[in-house]
Each structure stands twice: as C-alpha cells, then as structure tokens.
Design a protein around this ligand. Structure first.
Ligand code: KIV
Length: 278
C-alpha cells in the first residue's frame, strides 16, 4: 500500500510509530521499501555520505534531482520525501515554489522537506498552496551549521527551547503535514509532539516522537567520518564491505577468482577455426 500523508495522520492518531530512513540510490531504496520502511528521505545529507563534502551546503538541485529519480525507481510503497537543498528556497518564496515543483515533476518526489520554522512560514504555505506536501525540519538544521557554530543540540536554554516550540507551531500552522525535529532534548521533543496535531519525526530527539529517521549509512556503519551520539548501529555493513573488498583483491591476485563457474565457454571446434586463421 502506498504511504501517503493521510497514513502519516492516521499513524499519529493511532500511536503507531512512523519509520523513515534516508536513501540515495535505486538498490537501497528497493531494499528499504521491501523491508517495510514507511518513508524514504532523499536527504541533502547525500552531500556528506555520498559525495564526501564536509557539510550539506554545496548540494545542488541537480544533485537532489539525480538521486531522487533513482530512489523513486526503487520504491513502490514508501512515501518519497526529497530535501530542498541550501539556497533553493531561502532566496524567495517564488524560488521555493519553483524548486519544490521541480523536485515533484523531475524528481518524482511525493513531498518535499525544508529546514527552518518561523522565518519560513510563507515559503511553506506557498508550496502547500501549490498542492505539494511539505515536511518541516526544525531544531538542529544542518544548512544553518555556520550560523549555529557547528552541529549542536538546540533548545537547551529557556529562550532557545521557546524558539524551538515557536518554530514547531509555525510550521504546523503554515500547513506542513509532518515535521522532522533534530537534536533537541527528549523532554522538549515529547512536549512538542504532544501539542502538535501533525506527526513529529525525531532524530536525536528521544523516543517520544511519533516516528524516527536515521541516515542509513550511519545505522549500518558505512559512514565513519563522524558518528553523532544519537546514532545506533544496527549492523556493521561497512566492516563487512571492507572484508569482502579485501577478499576480492586477494582472490584476484592469487588467481582464485574468477573460477570455472564464473567463466563463459566456446566450442573447441569454433575456437580452433578462429585461431587457425592467424
Ligand atoms: O538530510 C538528511 O538526511 C536529513 C535527516 C538528517 C533528517 O535531513
């Protein structure tokens, strides 16, 4: 069954947790979809985990479209949410609508996600008015890494906590169907989850949220440059990949691979006729 914004709403009402993971390519999207993940996020985190940038600021619309198209070919049921990259919506409400439209028309996004609260309500409202579902993203918003002075937990002081609450309410009022809340103390996240009607998807926001999202390379141990405190490793696929790569090198060097069963045959008469000509 295709997961839609109505399914998100139902899950909030019934208390069934929403599952979301990032994916950036066809094969991973297919695996996640088959595993029953509710929503796949084509996150601008691809700048770090796929392209090797230090942060998400260099990611372009073309990067997002390229990866979104690949993911959409792999996912049948999961809702595909695509991130609006840095400077694709901050520049104007007009740019926000045009670029959200491109992610839907050219990237096959079911919904778009953008970072920011109170300051971006006009942008969110205009995209929603264009019939494109919007997922908000508040708390630690990676596109503001330079303004924050690093990837830091948000909402720890009275003033900051009030700002996070104001952002959450503003995003809901602007018409977003859900909200990602990143790196916020668990008690504050619980409070916001309770007062909002839209689902809150947490990442580093405790387990009281309506759902959870993780970057898949983090939870599989594939990306090792930086592991945030909130990440749980569900497996060591990175270690397993490295072992397999090393085994492959060893077998190629020793001549053990390819073996007979990986090799194509030619009829000996045909081969004789071919070589006799030379
Ligand atoms: O880009 C991303 O992967 C995200 C998640 C961290 C929520 O925005």
């Amino acid at each position: 069954m295709k997961i839609t914004t109505s399914v998100f709403k139902q899950k909030k009402l019934s208390g069934e947790k929403i599952t979301m993971l990032t994916a950036y390519d066809y094969s991973t999207a297919k695996l996640e979809d088959e595993a029953g993940v509710d929503s796949i996020l084509v996150g601008d985190s691809l700048g770090m985990v796929m392209l090797g940038y230090e942060n998400t600021l260099s990611v372009t619309m073309e990067d997002m479209l390229h990866h979104a198209r690949a993911v959409s070919r792999g996912a049948e049921n999961a809702m595909i949410v695509v991130d609006m990259p840095f400077m694709s919506y901050q520049t104007s409400v007009y740019d926000a609508v045009v670029n959200a439209g491109r992610l839907v028309k050219e990237g096959n996004a079911d919904a778009v996600k953008l970072e920011g609260g109170v300051k971006f309500t006009e942008h969110i409202r205009a995209i929603v008015d264009a019939s494109i579902p919007v997922m908000g993203h508040i708390g630690m918003t990676p596109q503001s890494v330079n303004a924050f002075g690093g990837f830091k937990v948000q909402g720890k002081s009275i003033e900051d906590a009030k700002c996070v609450i104001a952002d959450a309410k503003a995003v809901e009022k602007a018409g977003a169907f859900a909200l990602v809340m990143e790196c916020v103390p668990a008690e504050l996240a619980d409070y916001i989850t309770d007062i909002l009607d839209i689902p809150v998807i947490g990442i580093g926001a405790g387990n009281g949220c309506d759902g959870q999202v993780l970057v898949y390379q983090d939870m599989l141990g594939v990306y090792s440059d930086f592991t945030p405190k909130f990440v749980k490793r569900f497996g060591d696929i990175g270690g397993e990949m490295k072992n397999c790569f090393a085994k492959y090198c060893k077998e190629v060097r020793s001549g053990a691979f390819p073996a007979k069963e990986h090799t194509f045959k030619i009829d000996s008469e045909t081969m004789k006729a071919v070589t006799e000509e030379y």
